[in-house]
Design a binder for this molecule. Structure first.
Ligand code: CA
Ligand code: CA
Length: 140
């Protein structure tokens, strides 16, 4: 477990693996950023993306059990997959493209499973990763 600074506080970071082996497929994967407070029985989504075109067994899994709200689960795969050495990037903020009514499992009640990522993430013209660079369109 590592400690990471989120900008607001230090948090523990734990790598969680589904199906016993950590790996990425060439066609796509679900990417889930979430938080869980120590002692809490539920997690809260920070953001989700179905990057590329993951097969169903690499897709989003609904949260079930006590304490979870019912998410819409309508987030779609991207229409294409970045090639080797390229990355997908957010191009617009979520406001207006995701339910933000307090009825979801997001940290502020957003339904992260219902973002229209066709409007908020690039879908063609993928470029090399630009770690640490925030596009001007994403600066509030
Ligand atoms: Ca989102
Ligand atoms: Ca959100």
């Amino acid at each position: 477990m590592k400690k990471v600074f989120t900008g607001a506080r230090w948090c523990a970071k734990t790598i969680i693996v589904r199906n016993s082996t950590a790996s990425l497929t060439n066609t796509g994967e679900v990417i889930s950023l979430f938080e869980k407070d120590a002692g809490a029985s539920t997690v809260h989504d920070v953001d989700l993306l179905l990057a590329g075109q993951p097969a169903a067994n690499n897709g989003l899994v609904a949260k079930t059990g006590s304490g979870y709200k019912t998410d819409a689960m309508t987030i779609a795969n991207q229409t294409s997959t970045p090639g080797s050495g390229l990355s997908t990037k957010r191009i617009a903020l979520e406001a207006g493209h995701e339910p933000q009514t307090g009825a979801g499992n997001g940290i502020t009640g957003d339904d992260e499973t219902a973002e229209d990522t066709s409007a908020t993430w690039d879908k063609t013209g993928f470029t090399a990763p630009t770690p640490g660079v925030v596009p001007a369109a994403l600066v509030p």
